[in-house]
Design a protein around this ligand. Structure first.
Ligand code: SF4
Length: 242
């Protein structure tokens, strides 16, 4: 449940429709042949190079509070801060699809094939998100086995750099979790290398704890409002039964 995880490569391979959607092709729309070929070629490169890994470590609410506050640059009010008092369990996590895919994306852009580079970049981003979702799902399953009295407990990941949690908190998170054990490092701007990595905290709580209104100042500039889909996934998971 904790420690270093080597995921099967298939866990890091995103759904083709998700990738096409990120390429600007809505679900159900006709896929131009050139785009289909590009995405197929990018998937072939990706599956040959992906090296998915993850690391996870439990953390108490008190320990996490110092990590969350980081350098003191968070928004005055954030969704995550509001959930912490009701969190049942927390775990720090970091996942990556590995450096070879990221190096190939850079090479394609530098060598004059930006279309293929962009398709591969899209797959890599979706792949890293798939790994984060998988580590959340695995954490949830493990907790439900440990605590059968909390069948409604659900887990969602939260990452520095999003929704008012300042990216500079990565510094303290990395000090505690040490994702260098799986080859992830931080640069001076708190960006992760490999670039296609996701880090943060997994928060386990009852479904209603994950819900919130988007009335934060930083929500005004948020185009995709991805939190709505995440919250929906937690509540529909509950409605779907165990
Ligand atoms: S609307 Fe955007 S910025 Fe606001 S909480 Fe949701 S995902 Fe975060």
């Amino acid at each position: 449940m904790y420690g270093i995880t080597s995921f099967p490569d298939t866990t890091a391979i995103p759904d083709r429709l998700t990738v096409l959607s990120a390429q600007g092709i809505p679900k159900g729309a006709e896929i131009p042949a050139a785009v289909a070929t590009l995405v197929d070629n990018a998937f072939e490169i990706y599956t040959g190079l992906v090296e998915p890994k993850g690391v996870r470590s439990p953390v108490s609410v008190k320990e996490f509070d110092a990590i969350y506050r980081g350098e003191g640059h968070n928004a005055p009010r954030t969704p995550l801060e509001g959930m912490l008092p009701d969190a049942r369990r927390l775990a720090l996590f970091a996942v990556t699809i590995g450096e070879p895919v990221c190096a190939e994306i850079r090479r394609l852009f530098n060598d004059g094939d930006p279309a293929l580079g962009y398709a591969l970049d899209t797959i890599a981003s979706a792949g890293a998100e798939s790994l984060a979702a998988e580590t959340a799902r695995d954490f949830q399953e493990g907790l439900l086995q440990l605590d059968s009295t909390a069948p409604d407990m659900r887990v969602l990941p939260h990452s520095p750099g999003y929704c008012g949690w300042h990216v500079s908190s990565q510094g303290k998170l990395f000090e505690v979790l040490r994702p260098d054990r799986i080859g992830i490092s931080l640069n001076a701007s708190f960006l992760m290398q490999p670039l296609k990595s996701v880090s943060g905290v997994l928060l386990a709580a009852e479904p209603e704890v994950h819900e919130f209104d988007i009335d934060f100042t930083f929500c005004t500039d948020c185009a995709d409002q991805g939190c709505r889909e995440r919250i929906q996934s937690v509540s529909s998971n509950t409605r779907g039964g165990q």
